[in-house]
Design a protein around this ligand. Structure first.
Ligand SMILES: NC(=O)c1ccc[n+]([C@@H]2O[C@H](COP(=O)([O-])OP(=O)(O)OC[C@H]3O[C@@H](n4cnc5c(N)ncnc54)[C@H](OP(=O)(O)O)[C@@H]3O)[C@@H](O)[C@H]2O)c1
Length: 267
């Protein structure tokens, strides 16, 4: 049987989303991917859907070149104990929130370790993943890691001490945006639109504005200036936003999430 390239530990929300994109985009042949997932129904469904191999126990993970940890941080210690010494693996990639590189390196002393923080839009291929590399990772391995995450969106490399800030912005960000979208929809309903139409208008306005800012590399202040005509509707709306302190509230949201992330790390 062909050697495994990649072992994925945990086929939950994030693990299965990544697996789907890797197989669909042809990044890795499905017969070179192994999955260890304790929920047998979920595991068999993924095997059937994607043609990947199922690992009957965690020790088999060590036979693959790369081990990908997609379990909750609470089960990390159990997984490490069950996995034992990784025999053939060169690289361990973790998406577990709050597990530092030092702890990963302690658990896997003979492997290169990589800590990452993807976000929920990765489930539809529109995520952004922050990556921090442990010591001794080669440029080829870095390229491998980035290729895996580019399959589910964009990637950025950050120093590990910026991971709490990443968590506060892009990790928690989908929650802030969801609240903003819901409020815009309610606003639309408030001024007489049917909810389904208000929903479509709000969502497309949000994704369209993000696409415009990205594609034209436009500073947000310039876009705001472009769309505010003197005495017009948009400046009236922005005046209301400023009076409600929306900018300060968003900055405070990131600050509060950052402090919470630092706190959880220490607890
Ligand atoms: N979801 C996100 O947007 C997101 C974003 C950034 C980072 N993350 C990180 O990604 C990791 C996974 O999150 P998730 O949302 O995908 O969680 P999840 O849906 O709960 O997936 C975790 C999976 O791991 C399985 N598992 C539990 N114990 C195991 C073991 N001993 N061996 C192998 N698999 C085991 C679970 O199976 P059972 O359900 O049967 O226990 C479950 O299928 C977390 O560490 C989280 O911090 C997630």
């Amino acid at each position: 049987m062909e050697q495994l390239f990649l072992s994925v530990i945990g086929g939950g929300a994030m693990g299965s989303a990544l697996l789907r994109r890797w197989v669909d985009s042809g990044i890795c042949p499905p017969n070179q991917i192994g999955l260890r997932e304790p929920d047998s129904v979920r595991a068999s469904a993924l095997q059937k859907e994607l043609g990947i191999r199922l690992l009957s126990d965690l020790t088999q993970a060590g036979e693959s070149q790369i081990v990908f940890l997609a379990v909750k941080p609470q089960v990390f210690a159990t997984v490490v104990a069950e996995m034992g010494q990784l025999t053939a693996s060169e690289l361990v990639i973790s998406i577990m929130a709050g597990i530092p590189l030092q702890q990963l390196q302690q658990a896997f002393p003979r492997q290169g370790v990589v800590r990452t923080m993807p976000n929920t839009p990765a489930l539809v291929g529109a995520g952004i993943t922050a990556i921090s590399y442990g010591t001794g990772i080669t440029p080829t391995q870095m390229e491998q890691v980035e290729k895996l995450f580019r399959a589910v969106g964009e990637v950025v490399t950050v120093a590990e001490n910026q991971m709490d800030a990443v968590t506060a912005l892009s990790g928690s960000g989908p929650g802030y945006v969801a609240v903003m979208v819901e409020a815009l929809i309610d606003g639309g309903v408030r001024v007489g639109l049917p909810r389904p139409i208000a929903t479509q208008l709000a969502l497309q306005t949000l994704s369209g504005t993000a696409a415009l800012l990205q594609q034209e590399q436009l500073h947000p202040a310039l876009l705001k200036d472009r769309v505010t005509s003197p005495g017009g509707t948009t400046i009236a709306g922005i005046d209301a936003l400023e009076q409600a302190g929306v900018r300060g509230a968003l900055m405070q949201a990131v600050q509060a999430a950052y402090e919470r992330s630092c706190q959880l790390k220490g607890s």
